[in-house]
Design a binder for this molecule. Structure first.
Ligand code: SAM
Length: 230
């Protein structure tokens, strides 16, 4: 069975949503991303490759009800689940309590928004899926402009000596989470390609930003970078 990435994420949107919200350590990782992004209250934040919107509550907590969250994804199925989750979340609250979040179908590599009101951009577990992640990060930097914030959260094989023994298991995890046929179409191990893309994206963030911060979590498997665009 050959599925494109948008078809894969559309087909497994509900299963992905369960993992994205209740999987081990996800709350810690999502909080680390939002804290690193550090948007001002009232800011407009765009998340590229937003999936089912699992980061939205963490970002919303920081931007408050005057801020705005916009999620961009190319898979219609995940956007459907994201909208459903928002309806459940805000069902018992006044309309104004939500921060005016919205979901837009589009390509993270070619932002479908040209709005100088975007204050911050982020991506979680997405740059490993982009053929040219560094170019995408540069696009995001252009979108927020000087003074805007960018943050990335990704998984890649660890380089920490005590944890490297788990890299083969991580490799299987990456393969299992990739659309069928990925290894064949890449002609390389999906984990190797993911490592390279993650490194390229985080490097591009450092090149585009001043005052960057970088931290690793979960034994070095999770990487968070953030900075202010120069
Ligand atoms: C591993 S999921 C991460 C979802 C979400 N960021 C999270 O933290 O749970 C990757 C998401 O990126 C989306 N994606 C991958 N490549 C994309 C692209 N070029 N443009 C837009 N979305 C993309 C997929 O459809 C999927 O929803």
């Amino acid at each position: 069975m050959q599925l494109s990435a948008p078809e894969f994420y559309t087909r497994f949107a509900r299963a992905y949503d369960a993992l994205a919200r209740r999987g081990p350590f996800v709350a810690t990782l999502r909080r680390a991303l939002a804290d690193a992004l550090d948007p001002e209250p009232g800011a407009t934040v765009v998340e590229f490759g937003c999936g089912t919107g699992a980061n939205r509550p963490y970002i919303e907590e920081l931007v408050g009800s005057d801020g705005r969250y916009v999620g961009v994804d190319f898979a219609p199925g995940v956007l459907r689940v994201a909208r459903e989750r928002d309806r459940e979340r805000y069902r018992n609250r006044d309309e104004e309590d939500g921060n005016g979040g919205e979901y837009v179908r589009g390509d993270a590599a070619r932002p479908p928004l040209r709005d100088d009101g975007v204050d911050a951009c982020c991506g979680a577990f997405v740059v490993g899926m982009l053929p040219d992640p560094a170019a995408a990060v540069r696009e995001w930097a252009d979108l927020v402009g000087p003074g805007g914030r960018i943050a990335l959260l990704d998984l890649a094989r660890t380089t920490r000596p005590g944890w490297r023994a788990l890299n083969p298991a991580f490799r299987l995890f990456v393969r299992a989470g990739s659309p069928p046929g990925t290894a064949r179409s890449l002609e390389r191990s999906p984990a190797t390609v993911q490592d390279e893309r993650v490194a390229a994206a985080h490097r591009a963030l450092r090149e585009a930003c001043a005052d960057t911060e970088y931290r690793t979590l979960l034994g070095g498997f999770a990487r968070v970078s953030a900075g202010t665009v120069e």
